[in-house]
Design a protein around this ligand. Structure first.
Ligand code: PEP
Ligand code: MG
Length: 582
């Protein structure tokens, strides 16, 4: 291997997916399928039995990683591994292997590898980024089964060694977690987007990462020095001495900024002129409630209740839901909990639901619930029963207009009346709100506000539908731009409608936890920001170092901006003055 200093510096651009800067020698991870011989004239039933044992062993491996993630991160991250476990139960894949084995009488490794490659190829050829992302899960899981079948020691993230930068075509969630426990300093992948599983994991683990780096695998050799800039989405291979020098200063600034931010994590949510602001947490289940304590957050602004359904890949019973909801309310210790009713559909699908050609525009969220009272009713009853233990609000996702809101409220009243007849009464009246995430709801926000106790703006979907850009598709990723004046004007319209009707309007989409956006959202009229708990320290610090009139001046300038670039510059400058340059 050539010494790093003799090689030319190469700069590659990707998508910044987890903040921070790190450097180290590259460890290039090639997870291929093990080399498998083809052996004829085998006993098919004995071979199938071997496959069953390999699947059991793989299941145990995955459950181990899942439990570790649940312990170290939270339940929402751990659920990523549930999708991997489902690969092991994929009837189509397993039937294909079994019939190949019986028909050819060849060894099970050979038949399994052929079937697995066929399936991976099938998923990789799909248009949808989400479906292509599934190929990575199948490749990872089937690779592990094969390793068990041939008795090979798989190349694993935790064997990488400390201080290294993990470079891969695509990383699986299990690679990401095991590499972190092995002391990896950063991740870089050629594939993937900000919403890919490994990027979500890297963010939760606080490890710098850049994804979607075209030409990465061709540019990096094992042992090359790699500098990863997770702030600007830059990967520098074999950096020169001056580059390294300039980054040393940058790394110091980033570390100092994090220390500063954490120094005020337990402080009050008050701006420097005394104006108060409200921050809440987004959660996916009871285990996320630990994070609220760690980051000093009071109350839940978005409880993604569909996570329970996705975890069991089925419809949970009313009692099952009641148990989980009660635990969340109990752990909130009297602070408010905002339940979002079932938001299935789009990229959140249950196996029992029929596939759709255009699922983001399809039979999802409140549409599905209103059409299926046998699904909606038990959920509403479970929430109302749990509301006996603490203050609760309910919001309905994907409300497109007044009629849907009225129908959802009627379903709630019916459930409430049935429980009142059984003597069950919530501790406090349950507030009912609409998620504003569809452009039609923005257009009728004034009328909708009259029917709601509150609004909660789902900016993730609002941007997607407002700009007609699939939020999970990397090819149109650059068009997914919340700074588009149409988005800013819509936000203002939503908050104005809420103000006129004297109802609060919170933001629970990702923008709420983005330090560049938080000041603007409050200035435009948001009454509360809800975000993943780990985003709280930076947003809290920033807002504590603002004065309300400065926020209002920022909003005036942004509303006058004629294009997205101007808005971006204004927001960036405002945040970096208080947080330091990013
Ligand atoms: C949103 O759309 O902004 C939102 C909070 O909901 P989800 O990301 O679950 O669609
Ligand atoms: Mg949404």
């Amino acid at each position: 291997m050539q010494a790093a200093s003799h090689r030319t510096e190469v700069r590659l651009v990707g998508t910044a997916s987890s903040a921070g800067v790190a450097r180290g020698p590259a460890y290039v991870l090639f997870r291929g399928m093990a080399l498998v011989p083809c052996v004829e004239n085998q006993d098919p039933e004995a071979e199938i039995h071997r496959l069953e044992s390999a699947i059991s062993a793989t299941r145990a491996d995955i459950i181990k990683v899942r439990d570790e993630v649940a312990l170290r991160l939270n339940e929402a991250e751990a659920q990523i591994f549930d999708a991997q476990l489902l690969v092991l139960e994929d009837v189509a894949l397993l039937d294909d292997v079994v019939s190949r084995t019986r028909a050819t009488r060849r060894n099970i490794e050979h038949c399994f590898k052929e079937s697995a490659q066929h399936y991976v190829g099938l998923f990789e050829s799909m248009e949808s980024e989400i479906i292509r992302g599934r190929a990575a899960d199948i490749r990872d899981v089937t690779g592990r089964v094969l390793d068990h079948l041939v008795g090979a020691q798989p190349e694993r993230g935790d064997q990488v060694g400390g201080g290294r930068v993990l470079v891969a075509r695509d990383l699986t969630p299990s690679d990401t977690v095991s590499a972190e426990s092995g002391g990896i300093t950063a991740f870089v992948t050629e594939e993937g987007g900000r919403t890919s599983h490994s990027a979500i994991m890297a963010r939760a683990l606080g490890i710098p990462s850049v994804v979607g780096v075209t030409g990465l695998m061709a540019a990096v050799n094992d042992g090359d020095l790699v500098l990863v800039d997770g702030e600007d989405g830059l990967v520098i291979v074999n950096p020169t001495a001056p580059t390294l020098e300039s980054y040393r200063a940058r790394e110091l600034i980033i570390r100092t900024r994090r220390d500063r931010v954490m120094s005020e994590v337990a402080f009050e949510d008050v701006m420097s002129d005394g104006s108060r602001f409200e921050l809440r947490a987004n959660i996916g289940g009871p285990s996320d409630m630990e994070d609220l304590k760690a980051f000093h957050v009071r109350g839940v602004g978005l409880y993604r209740t569909e996570n329970l359904y996705l975890r069991i890949d089925d419809w949970p019973s009313e009692d099952e839901q009641y148990g989980e909801y009660t635990e969340v309310i109990r752990r909130a210790s009297g602070d408010p909990v905002t339940f979002r009713t079932l938001d299935l559909g789009g990229d959140k699908r249950l196996g029992v639901l029929e596939p759709e050609d255009n699922p983001f525009m399809g039979f999802r969220a409140v549409r599905l619930c209103l059409a299926h009272p046998e699904v909606f009713r038990p959920q509403l009853r479970a929430i109302i029963r749990a509301a006996v233990h603490g203050p609760v609000s309910i919001m309905f996702p994907m409300i497109s207009g007044v009629e849907e809101m009225l129908a959802a409220k009627a379903a709630f009243r019916e459930a409430e009346a049935s429980l009142a007849a059984e003597g069950v009464r919530p501790a406090a009246p349950v507030r009912l709100g609409a998620m504003i995430e569809i452009p039609s709801a923005v257009a009728v926000a004034d009328r909708l506000a009259r029917e709601c106790d509150f609004f909660s703006v789902g900016t993730n979907d609002l941007v997607q539908y407002m700009l007609a850009v699939d939020r999970g598709n990397r090819k149109v990723g650059s068009l997914y731009d919340p700074c588009h004046p149409a988005v800013v004007q819509s936000l203002r319209a939503i908050f104005r409608a809420a103000e006129s009707a004297r109802i609060p309007a919170s933001v629970c989409g990702e923008l709420g936890g983005d330090p560049e956006w938080a000041p603007l959202l409050l200035a435009l009229g948001a009454s509360e920001l809800s975000m993943s708990a780990s985003a709280i320290p930076e947003v809290r610090f920033l807002l504590r170092h603002c004065q309300r009139p400065e926020l209002d001046a920022l909003a005036t300038r942004v509303l006058a901006a004629s294009d997205a670039a101007q808005t971006r510059t204004l927001l960036r400058e405002f945040a970096s003055k208080r947080l330091g340059h990013r």
